[in-house]
Design a protein. Structure first.
Ligand SMILES: [Zn+2]
Ligand SMILES: [Zn+2]
Length: 135
């Protein structure tokens, strides 16, 4: 079982998997939302994902041009998971919120065209200028 929580513990979530993809997104939206150089994201099926606690859905237009929804804890403001309207079958868990940080290992980096040099990870990642498939 994949489990996680926010900083204050008011919100918890779990997913039985499977892991659909493991990426780091370096788009400017992810940078601004997280205050960092990118967001590590674990994709899981929405149908079996369960969350409890007070979340607020923050809706913006994502890098794809489609609405992106980021769910944050109302109490502590932690970014927890995304429920993209462009992919209604998916939940995108922000890997920093996982209970077991070793439950995630990124395989690819997205939007490297927007990645600052200081955010490059020392990992062998498949790199995409924006979203795959774009090379
Ligand atoms: Zn919280
Ligand atoms: Zn992004």
């Amino acid at each position: 079982m994949i489990t996680g929580r926010c900083l204050c513990g008011a919100v918890r979530y779990e997913s039985p998997g499977p892991r659909l993809f493991s990426i780091v997104c370096h788009c400017r939206d992810c940078q601004r939302a997280s205050g960092s150089g990118g967001v590590p994201v674990l994709g899981v099926p929405r149908a079996s994902f369960a969350a409890s606690g007070p979340v607020r859905a923050v809706r913006t237009t994502g890098g794809s041009g489609e609405p992106a929804v980021r769910n944050v804890c109302i109490e502590c403001g932690s970014l927890l998971f995304g429920t993209p309207e462009s992919a209604p079958d998916l939940v995108t868990i922000y890997a920093g919120s996982l209970d077991d940080s070793l439950a995630f290992m990124p395989e690819a980096a997205l939007f490297v065209s927007q990645r600052p040099p200081w955010a490059t990870l020392a990992l062998p990642l498949e790199e995409h200028a924006r979203m795959p498939p774009d090379g």
